[in-house]
Design a protein around this ligand. Structure first.
Ligand code: BDR
Ligand code: CA
Length: 317
C-alpha cells in the first residue's frame, strides 16, 4: 500500500478528502498535516482531529504545519472562505471538542522523516497551500529524490482560476511555495480545477448518507449540504458542489481516474498574474517532465467509488 500524508486546510471538501483517505483500501494514511487557507492552521488541525474522531480514527496522528506563506509573515483569512466553508470551516456544524492534541513534531519534520523512512512508497497529498511541502524541501533538499509523488489539489491549466482569472485558491495562498514544489525534481500530479469542476456531488448523494441513520452519515450530510448551498449561489451553472480535495485522494490511489498532460510547469509569482500555473516554455523539450497535470476525468467511475467508500465508512460510524 501507498503510505499517505494528507496536508489539509480542513474546510468541507478537505473533510471529505480525510474520509476518502481513511476508507481507501489502497492507501495507508500515516498522518494528517495541517495547512492554512480555508481557515487558520490551528482551526484546520482542530477540524482534522474532530473529523477523524467522528470517523472512529483516533489512531491517525495530526501535525501542525506552517501558519502563513513563505513571502509574508502572517495569514489573513480571505473573507470569502468563511462564506464558502462556514465560520468554523466545516459548514458551521457543531462537532464535539477533540479528545486529543496535535503531535509535538511539526508537519514539516514528519514529512522529512517519512520521506527517509518510506521513500518511493510515500505520497504526499496537499489540498491546501503548498507551504509545508516547500519548507520541507528547503530544509532537506534530498527528499525530492526520495518521495514517490506529490498529488496535489490546486492550479488550473485549461480553465480560469477561482480567486482570480489566473489563480486557483490553494496556489494563490503561496505561489512562491507552489513554484518551489513544481520546479523541483519531485514528481507532482496536479489535480486542478480542470478536473475538479467537472466532479460534482448533489443533495441526492448526501441524503443517502443521512438515510444511513448513523452519526457520521448525518454530520457529513449537514456539513456537505452547506457547501452545496454555497455552490448553488456562487456557481448557478453547476449542479452540485465540486469534489476538489477528495478527487486528489482518489487519483493518488488510482491514477487511472484521470488523463494527464505531462509537462514541466512554473507558477507565476509576479503581482499581475500571481498564482497562475502554466507550462515552462524553457523546458518544452524535456523528455521527462516533472508534472502530470490532470486534464480529463472519468467522473462516473470516480463518483461511484467515492460513494462506495464514504457510504461504507459512514455506515459503521
Ligand atoms: C480549493 O480551495 C479550498 O477552498 C478548497 O478546500 C480546495 O482545496 C479549491 O480551489
Ligand atoms: Ca482544501
Amino acid at each position: 500500500n501507498k503510505k499517505v500524508i494528507l496536508d489539509v486546510d480542513t474546510g468541507i471538501d478537505d473533510a471529505m478528502a480525510i474520509a476518502y483517505a481513511v476508507a481507501a483500501p489502497g492507501l495507508d494514511l500515516i498522518g494528517v498535516a495541517s495547512s492554512y487557507g480555508n481557515l487558520v492552521v490551528r482551526g484546520a488541525a482542530e477540524n482534522s482531529l474532530k473529523i477523524l474522531e467522528l470517523l472512529g480514527h483516533t489512531d491517525i496522528p495530526v501535525f501542525m504545519g506552517e501558519s502563513h506563506s513563505m513571502a509574508t509573515d502572517h495569514f489573513d483569512r480571505m473573507p470569502v472562505s468563511a462564506h464558502i466553508h462556514g465560520e468554523n470551516g466545516i459548514g458551521d456544524v457543531e462537532l464535539p471538542a477533540p479528545t486529543r492534541q496535535p503531535e509535538a513534531q511539526s508537519a514539516v519534520d514528519f514529512m522529512i522523516e517519512s520521506a527517509h523512512k518510506y521513500g518511493k512508497e510515500l505520497v504526499i497529498i496537499p489540498t491546501g497551500a503548498l507551504t509545508n511541502v516547500a519548507t520541507a524541501i528547503e530544509k532537506d533538499p534530498s527528499i525530492v529524490d526520495l518521495i514517490g509523488d506529490v498529488t496535489l489539489m490546486g492550479g488550473a491549466l485549461t480553465v480560469q482560476g477561482n480567486v482570480s482569472p489566473f489563480a486557483e485558491a490553494n496556489i494563490n495562498q503561496d505561489a512562491e511555495a507552489a513554484n518551489t514544489v513544481f520546479t523541483s525534481n519531485l514528481h507532482d500530479t496536479m489535480v486542478g480545477l480542470d478536473v475538479t469542476l467537472r466532479t460534482l456531488l448533489t443533495k441526492k448523494e448526501t441524503q443517502q448518507w443521512r438515510d444511513l441513520g448513523t452519526n457520521a452519515g448525518a454530520k457529513f450530510a449537514d456539513i456537505v449540504d452547506y457547501y452545496i448551498d454555497v455552490y448553488a449561489e456562487l456557481y448557478p451553472h453547476l449542479d452540485g458542489c465540486s469534489l476538489h480535495d477528495p478527487l486528489a485522494v482518489g487519483v493518488a490511489e488510482d491514477p487511472s481516474f484521470v488523463r494527464t498532460l505531462d509537462i514541466d510547469m512554473i507558477v507565476n509569482t509576479d503581482k499581475e498574474k500571481y498564482g497562475r500555473t502554466i507550462g515552462d516554455n524553457t523546458r518544452l523539450d524535456d523528455p521527462n517532465p516533472s508534472v502530470s497535470a490532470a486534464i480529463e476525468v472519468d467522473t462516473d467511475r470516480y463518483l461511484a467509488t467515492f460513494m462506495k467508500y464514504l457510504t461504507t465508512l459512514f455506515k459503521n460510524n
